[in-house]
Every structure is written in C-alpha cells, then in structure tokens.
Design a protein around this ligand. Structure first.
Ligand code: FES
Length: 568
C-alpha cells in the first residue's frame, strides 16, 4: 500500500529531504514516522468553547491510540464554532469550518483523520469537509455534559433555561432563584445534555457509521470517553491500511438510517438542514420529503428532553443509540459498512435496551409518528418544518391573525409593547431570519411570547419564521420557511391581521390571502440591501443555498475536478 503522505516524505529528492528535515525540527526522527499512516486529528477545542474544553486533553488519548496502532498522529486546531458565544450564529460559519477541514486534509501530508467535535454545527461541518476530502475518517463525539442540578432537581441545559425564563417573566420565579439556577445549569465539559442539536447530530453520525459503536452518548467526563478516543485513533490507522474511506461509509442507505434515528430520538429540527447538506457533499440525494415520508413511519422512542422527560446520561445508561436502533433493526440497512470495517448489522449485534422508560418499546412509543413534519402551502412553497411533538397538541391545527415583525430587532422592540394587539390565538410571524436575511439563519425561531400573555397563563402559541430554533427549544414553532423573506419569499408579504393556518396533519402552512392580492403585494415589494458588501459575509451571501437545500455553498456541493496538491 502506498501512503498518500509518501508523496511528501519518500525518496531521495530535495522535497523529501526538506520535509524530513522539518519533521526533525518538530522533534521526530525519520524512522519514527516513515511508512506509518499519518493521522490528522482535527480538533475544535478552544478557550471559548465550554462544550469542547476537554478535547485538548482527549486529543492526547487519540494520539495514544494512533501510536499504538503504528500510525503517526498530527493534531490540527480548526475553527471552534461555539454555539453559545459566536454571533450572529455559528451557522454562518459552518461552511467555513467545512472548507477549512477539506483544505487541511487536502493540502497536508495526511492519510486519514479523526474528527473531534460535537457542539451543534461542528459535527456537520467536520463531516462535510471530510466527505469532500474523501480520506479514511473516524468521528469522535465530544459527549454530553453531566445533568444540571438545582436543589436536587435535574436541570436541562437550554430547555430549562427557556422554561424558567418564561416563569421569571410571568412573575412566578424570584430573581434569587433565577440566579441560583444559573450556577447549576452547566456542571461539566461536554455538549448540551438534552436531545438538542448536538446530541441529535452526534447520534446521526453514529447511525451513519462514522463513530465507533455506542460512542455518541458517552458522557464527556466518563472514563469510557477516554478509551473511546484512543480506540478511534487506532481505528483510523487501520482504516488507512484497509483502504476504507469515508466515501465507502456514507451512502443513501446510511443517510436514511440517520434520518430514522433522528426521528426516533425526537431530535432537533436543525438536522433537516445539516443532513441534507452533509449528503450533498457526497452527491447523495436527500430532501425534506425524505424526512416527512420517514416521519410518518418512525415512532418517537427516546424520552429525552425537550420532547420527553430524561437527559442524555439516562439515555446512555438505557442503551444509547445502539439500544434505540435495536428497536428499529427491522427497518434499517444492516449490510452497509461502517468505520469498524464490519457491517452496520454486526455493529448492532448484542445491543439492548436497559430502561424501557427512557427508550420506549415500539408498542408504547412517546409518539406513534416521528416528531417532525414538513409543511407546504402558499406561505412556504419550498417547505417549512415543525417539531410538533414538542408543541401543544391543541395548536397542531390552528388559524389565527398574524402579528408580523420584520427582523429580530423589530421583534425585541415591540413584542412587550402594551399597545401591541395580540392574543393567545394570534400567530407571531418573524420575517428576515433566514440564511441571507438573518444573516446565517440564527436560532430566533422560538419567538418569545409577550410577558402580558405569559402572566395570563399562555405557554404556547403558533409562531412562524424563516429562522431556525435551538434543538433544546420547544413550542408550536414553524421554522425554516423557504424561500426566506430576504430573497422575496411569501413570508415577506404577510401583513398584520392576515389569517395564517397551520395544519400539521395535512402538512399545510397557508396565509388566507388571495393569489391576486399576494401578486399585488409582490409587485410593490423591494428587495432589501445585502447584509454584507465585503469579506466572508459577502462570499456567504452570494453562494448560500436556501434551507430546503441545506444552506451549503453551491460551489462546495457540486461535483467536479479538484486535483491532489502534489499533482500541480
Ligand atoms: Fe455547545 Fe449546546 S452550546 S452543545
């Protein structure tokens, strides 16, 4: 087997001489690395990402595994995408990280890689970049943090914060309690311990066959996480020797199984965007219609917040993704290969559920259908998404007058105004939160219910936007309306008082306004100025696709020639 890295290091020419001299500068003699697979460890650790604060240390365990298997590890720091801190949203930078990953793998002497991430956008970004590069790749999920705690009660990151924020605004929670809760919300390194976007996407990576079996739910601070990291490093070396690439693992069948997994988890709506974009990098067709079709077949089995009751550590001890998939075994594609070199079915052999209250049986699901629905209609010709399993069922079919906001600042400025004409039956509409308009499609989608209505006891309302929603959020929030308002989608034309209809069973999102009137409004509509005139933002705005297409850059998802660096 000729290693890709040998193009840099083998031979007696000046190039190899120079490269080996510089490895000596790194403290590595030629006989320590020569002929060994070079494994790039792509690490999204940074000082600003609390979800990944353990990954610097964990990379050492990956290195241990690589050395033990006879490889040569090299760690590369890559963009960190901290969900909490990066503004306007890390979604703006998902594609940038994916480009960085692809180009690092392409331009350096790398034979295989280990991808280290987990905080929301890092998982799709790492997989997208690695899929485009096409080398052997193993994903190491960061793992969920420990459950939060307040006075002996478990706290869910995100989910409980939103819930208690509403109680505080309703006047039912004191400022002292609110301050105490802050201390217990996030107790350890690791990703949000609900079934938010992080846990949803790492579970999807496991279902795709990109992690070692059972890896995605191991708590970040568990000693099993150290051992998994070392084993992943070793496995990356073996994959290089076996010639098993990420392209062999990712297939249409793998993505179907990943969608089934997300649905059975009651997972984040963000997966509808990320999985479409990830599949697109391998030219695998995956659409919102696949989510909707499979959602009608797959029951929600995982009782994990926000759709259910438990937290990720409970889910892990109940059997994790392997346990969940043991329930769905009959509908999965078991013959496809995974990073283990075995079939998906072999990886699932012996998997069991240890707590049926957390991973429910097929005949007693949390919901008989998957929790996501794809809506269409004159308000969303290219689709919109709702996680109805996390919404008040009384709102699954609802018609109400629109209260429209244009942009998040407008919403913040007016939502609690005493003069705002709004009731619990109103439909709150936010236009201008999409991929270009947001910009970056921020997680504004759980639009706030006015203080006044909260005090009256209202806890859920129909809300419609072209934005996204945190996977830890909940409520009757219609999201990802496509095309977005900023590019002239119908959401831009809705006015206060227009009746908006949501019908989950019929998969409809409609504004009760005639085609003629909508055409009149369209003729009077003027496109807003671009958000960016220079820099990465301008590149982003010029090339981003809409939500139903995964919000990738069109030049990254298309096939085409991209020669090896040493071929130039
Ligand atoms: Fe990082 Fe939730 S903020 S996973």
């Amino acid at each position: 087997m000729r290693l890709r890295s040998s193009e840099w290091f083998d031979g007696e020419g000046l190039r190899a001489y120079s490269h080996n001299a510089r490895l000596r500068q790194l403290g590595v003699n030629r006989d320590e690395h020569l002929g060994k697979p070079v494994i790039a460890i792509l690490n999204t650790w940074s000082g600003i990402n609390p979800c990944h604060m353990h990954l610097r240390e964990r990379a050492q365990q990956v290195e241990r595994g690589v050395w033990q298997a006879g490889g040569f590890p090299l760690e590369f720091p890559v963009s960190t995408l901290s969900e909490t801190f990066q503004k306007p949203t890390p979604m703006l930078y998902r594609n940038l990280l994916s480009m960085e990953v692809e180009e690092i793998l392409r331009s350096y002497p790398v034979d295989g890689c280990v991808l280290m991430g987990g905080c929301d956008k890092t998982t799709p970004a790492l997989v997208m970049g690695a899929a485009s590069a096409g080398l052997p790749a193993v994903f190491v999920p960061a793992g969920p943090m420990l459950p939060g705690n307040w006075r002996g009660r478990a706290l869910a990151s995100g989910t409980d914060m939103w819930r208690f924020w509403d109680e505080k605004r309703a006047g039912t929670l004191s400022s002292g309690d609110w301050a105490e809760i802050q201390e217990g919300l996030a107790r350890s390194p690791g990703t949000c311990m609900t079934m938010g976007t992080a846990s949803t996407m790492t579970a999807a990576a496991e279902a795709l066959g990109l992690t070692l079996p059972g890896a995605s739910s191991i708590p970040a601070v568990d000693s099993a996480h150290h051992r998994m990291a070392a084993a992943a490093g070793a496995r990356a070396v073996e994959m290089v020797r076996e010639g098993l690439t990420i392209g062999d693992v990712l297939s249409r069948e793998a993505y179907e199984d990943a969608v089934r997994t997300v649905l059975a988890l009651g997972g984040s709506t963000n997966s509808c965007i990320h999985l479409v974009a990830m599949a697109g990098r391998s030219q695998i067709p995956l659409s919102l219609d696949d989510f909707d079709r499979l959602s009608r077949e797959v029951p929600v089995l995982a009782s994990v917040q926000p759709a259910g009751e438990h937290l990720m550590e409970d889910f892990h001890h109940a059997g994790g993704v392997r346990g969940l998939l043991s329930r769905l075994r009959g509908s999965l594609h078991l013959d496809r290969v995974t990073v283990t070199g075995r079939t998906f079915g072999e990886d699932l052999d012996g998997a069991r559920v240890h707590d049926p209250a957390v991973i429910r049986p097929l005949d007693d699901p949390l919901s008989p259908e998957g929790g996501l629905a794809v809506l269409r209609g004159n308000l969303a010709p290219d689709g919109a998404v709702i996680k109805y399993v996390a919404a008040d069922p009384a709102l699954w079919r609802h018609t109400g007058p629109a209260v429209v906001f244009h942009g998040y600042r407008d919403l913040q400025a007016r939502i609690d105004s005493p003069s705002l004409e709004i009731t619990g039956d109103s439909v709150i509409v936010l236009a201008g939160g999409g991929p270009r308009g947001g910009p970056g499609m921020p997680e504004y989608g759980m639009l706030p219910i006015p203080d006044r209505l909260l005090r009256e006891g209202v806890r859920d309302m129909v809300r419609v936007s072209d934005a996204r929603m945190s996977g830890t959020s909940y409520g009757a929030c219609v999201l990802h309306v496509a095309p977005e308002a900023h590019v002239g989608g119908p959401l831009a034309l809705v006015r206060d008082g227009d009746l908006v209809t949501l019908d989950v069973a019929a998969r409809v999102l409609r504004v009760e306004v005639s085609d003629e009137e909508m055409a009149r409004r369209r003729a009077a509509w003027a496109p807003p100025p671009p958000k960016f005139e220079r820099g990465y933002g301008a590149l982003y705005s010029e090339h981003i696709t809409q939500a139903d297409k995964g919000c990738d850059f069109e030049f990254l998802s298309r096939p085409g020639r991209n020669p090896e660096p040493n071929a130039h």
